[in-house]
Write a protein that binds this ligand. Sequence first.
Ligand SMILES: Cc1cc2nc3c(=O)[nH]c(=O)nc-3n(C[C@H](O)[C@H](O)[C@H](O)COP(=O)(O)OP(=O)(O)OC[C@H]3O[C@@H](n4cnc5c(N)ncnc54)[C@H](O)[C@@H]3O)c2cc1C
Length: 827
Amino acid sequence: MEATAKVVIIGAGIVGCSTAYHLGALGWTDVVVIDQGPLFETGGSSSHAPGLVFQTNPSKTMTELASYTVQRYGEASLDGQPCFHPVGGIEVAATPERWTDLKRKHGLARSWGVEAHLIDPAEVADRIPLVDPERILGGFWVPSDGIAKPVRACASMAGDAEARGVRFHGDTEVTGFRIAGGRVRAVETTRGVIAAETVLCCAGIWGPRIGRMAGVSIPVQPMAHQYAWTTPVARLAGATEEVTHPILRHQDRSMYFRQQGDSYGIGSYQHRAMPIGADEIRSRRDAGVMPSVLSFTEDDFKQPWQDAQDLLPALGETGIARGINGLFLFTSDGMPVLGESRAVRGFWVAEAVWITHAGGVGRAMAEWVATGKPSIDLREADLHRFEEFAHSPTYVRARSSQNFREVYDIIHPLQPMEEPRPLRVSPFHQRQRELNATFLEGSGWERPQWYGANAALTHGRHVPSRERWAARYWSPIVGAEHLATRERVAMFDMTPLKKAEVWGPGALGFLQHLSSNQLDKPIGSVTYTLLLDEHGGVRSDLTVARVGDARFQVGCNGPLDLDWMQRHAPRDGSVQVRDITAATCCVGLWGPQARSVLEQLTDDDVSHAGFGFFKARRIHVRELPVLALRLSYVGELGWELYTSADLGLRLWDLLWRAGRPHGVVAAGRGAFDSLRLEKGYRSWGKDMWAEHDPYEAGLEFAVRMDKGDFVGRAALERRGDAPGRRLTCLVLDDPAKVVMGKEPVFARTGGLRPPGTHRSDAADAAVGFVTSAAHGYSVGASIVYAWLPAELSEPGTRLEVEYFGERYPASTAADPLFDPRMERMRR
Ligand SMILES: Cc1cc2nc3c(=O)[nH]c(=O)nc-3n(C[C@H](O)[C@H](O)[C@H](O)COP(=O)(O)OP(=O)(O)OC[C@H]3O[C@@H](n4cnc5c(N)ncnc54)[C@H](O)[C@@H]3O)c2cc1C
């Protein structure tokens, strides 16, 4: 075996082979792929996956990864045999709830550019003759879904890579790494040591163990999942092809099906979660043939087998020929784990990837390694997205087991995790409970969505009611809290906002280099700025307060910002970056009466003249040292008031008592979201991400091209004159309607179409998709932000937003809808 390689990939399963193929295609050919098993039926998960590819996913990223995968496998072949059977896919609804949800899914598919149709039971049975149409209400049909042949696809992509110079070694086990100076230097194997500057762990269920060898935590959970094959089905007798029936999902019973020649394959997630410790999984050497397969537990398959025969009565004449409990990976949030370790540079991870996404993930990993940025945004799948607690084995096991149980459930976008809760609470939690808060959860934090104590505020107020999906995790109190903020004053718990402290002699230069706005301003200045990547994409938006000559407090979006900063920090110790979130707490005190409340509690000058807009001051609120930032994400006069966590409860109580005469209310995230949307304030990750540049996102005001060089500047200079797409504000014609986000937007065709009816694919193609939406209680409008082609973003353009199969007429509007002259915040 060779002694050196530029890149070593561990694992010749579908992820390793796809990445090797794409690295080769990018001209990276000094690549070695190692597997402990024989090539390409290695004994990993890819060796026995039945290969169903359903592309549509609530995540745009996952859908795009899957769509590219379909294309990639579709192009591949081995010895004249295809690697993908484009038979289409159908998800059926057996309950009214599922049928409604399939309408939402139909919207999602078209938001992400996947052709999809809702079809009636007869058409489902027409396409899959074994289905009993009496059992279902309809189906969601995606013509381009199908069956992948994973082992064949591995061999085909490996063959192409080999032709370019990439080398593959089977029967070679990785046993350790040589790491020095924070970098991986070499890979130790049973057949020698290979020096390498880049190592990519694509070891599937063995990933956590490989990570541990390198000192890198990979928070994934191997789980067993049942799959069985029937004996031949009489109605399929004489079938000459492997598969002609579309693949089938029966999510109401957590099951899926595929034809396999003259029999059927059945997968079930109905059984109890069966997490397996990473150390319990044997190596290929110890296990023999299939270390990723455990024996079939028949009892767990009794009910699914019954359910299978109910939906596909023809299976009643068959038996179960064979079954397995196959192992593959789950994660705490259902997404893959991708990226380069910060602790061990050069050590990359591509784990918890399905066959469905492996084509796209392989391309993205290759691009990321070779060019520094994948062409599909991977923020939701980044290795560094996790908080520290989310690496604990107990958490990973509990959350992954939950995700296993819910894999086919109808999940509302606001649905909080069930366990472990409460995990993180702010110092105000006790008071929030006393105010009868309804808590949702984000990054482990208990976050009040609204407060039951504010119920009386709804009396006499017009708050449009909501129904069904939109009414979940919502209360009319949200509207009342919104209005109280605009009319009087409210206290928002901003503690969960990620905060970092950046300090040291190099701090200013470092932050200037990383961000797009001018930060070289006097102490006490606050600046809204963007973190761009080298390609000019918006990686994050930050609020940076200069609190000392060489000290900054940075309001971030999450762990990825900390990672980005720490990754880029000079190694000479001139800059320190520290997460201070847990040590601090914050109240957003906002509303026209905010000053009247604060001035009662402080001797510091909080007048407009004494404490200007976008300024930071250290003040005392009674005896409490507080860092006050005069800004507001809700578009009102006020401050973010930060103090240390131990003093938080006292801060809350002081503000509350002083605020009572002014009608202060505690307000939750529901009000916050609708207030910020009225004001047009973007939410990173939801409204824009690294795929978008600042001009498209309407954030050009945060870019100072004249300030000198910064990351992303050169790319912005190279960009064309006018953006091709824009994040655009829309208003629904009917203010009583509301949408939730991710819905497709269509050009106006005149006249509404009955839901569920087909029309030509071209007319059915969405022109954009919704990012955020909320009712604007002050402006009396239903607000939607959407990505649209620039030519459709001019104010007054007529469009339609599709919500559960219904088209809502809408018009684009000038942004923002509320207080565009910024008068309320600057007084
Ligand atoms: C029953 C079942 C059904 C499934 N059905 C589907 C489906 O229909 N559609 C879908 O999209 N997904 C499906 N999946 C999931 C899918 O199979 C996996 O997510 C996917 O195969 C993972 O690919 P991988 O390349 O990451 O891992 P693997 O295929 O497991 O590859 C990892 C490789 O790393 C090698 N390796 C590990 N440790 C070492 C070491 N120390 N040294 C050298 N080599 C090492 C292993 O030998 C292995 O070949 C299913 C999974 C199961 C179990």
